[in-house]
Design a protein around this ligand. Structure first.
Ligand code: NI
Length: 220
């Protein structure tokens, strides 16, 4: 999602920010499980770095195809060090931005890794899915998007510092299975168009099927 220069730019902005106890943004249940630091959501550093992240999301065809975003919560930033962790929890269904009328239903949760994985131990994002646990620890600049309905946790960070951006997406297509079908169809349509050409009747027909399914399932 972010190249090395953009990661460095975001880190320069947020590392100098006013980090505070992460429990400021938690629901009552998740506060019990959570130990980390966050940037206050309305501070200048979070706003400036968040704008860079939002621009990158909007410019990513892969993110748009996978998430079909209707609304994206302004990105937040967190940091784990010295054994800090976030125990198993589910994110709140509704997110309201403090001091505004911006609110979203969280269909998807997203974590954008902002530290080089070799610079810290632990800190895996563990997502409990239909087929078991997935342990996610990605290069700086890489993003993981997963159903917000998933139980998940962040393992203790035992060396160094795990820095990330996190946010939620309200998708035009609320149902995870329907969104997945659309994503896979989109990938197939793109592959067919590359082989046969955009104007090939089969590619045109499949593109039409994609849009007609999206028309049936999208809520705006
Ligand atoms: Ni969470």
């Amino acid at each position: 999602m972010l190249d090395a220069a953009a990661v460095a730019q975001v880190r320069a902005v947020i590392d100098a920010g006013p980090w505070a106890d992460g429990n400021a943004t938690s629901g009552a249940q998740s506060a019990l499980a959570k130990a980390n630091e966050q940037l206050p959501e309305d501070c200048d550093a979070a706003r400036a770095a968040g704008a860079i992240v939002l621009d990158a999301l909007a410019a990513s065809p892969l993110f748009v195809a996978a998430a079909l975003p209707l609304k994206v919560f302004p990105p937040l930033f967190n940091r784990y060090a010295g054994g800090q962790a976030f125990g198993t929890h589910v994110d709140n269904a509704i997110r309201i931005r403090r001091g505004s009328d911006f609110r979203i239903r969280s269909d998807l949760s997203a974590t954008l890794f902002l530290a080089h994985p070799g610079d810290y131990d632990g800190g895996e994002l563990v997502i409990e899915g239909q087929f078991g646990e997935q342990r996610v620890k990605l290069p700086a600049g890489d993003l993981v998007v997963y159903p917000a309905s998933s139980l998940h946790r962040v393992e203790p960070v035992t060396r160094g510092s795990r820095v990330a951006s996190f946010f939620w997406v309200q998708s035009m297509v609320r149902d995870d299975a329907a969104r997945r079908v659309l994503f896979e169809l989109d990938e197939g349509v793109q592959a067919v168009a590359v082989r046969l050409g955009q104007g090939d009747p089969a590619a045109v027909k499949l593109t039409g099927v994609y849009h007609n399914l999206l028309r049936r399932w999208a809520e705006l």
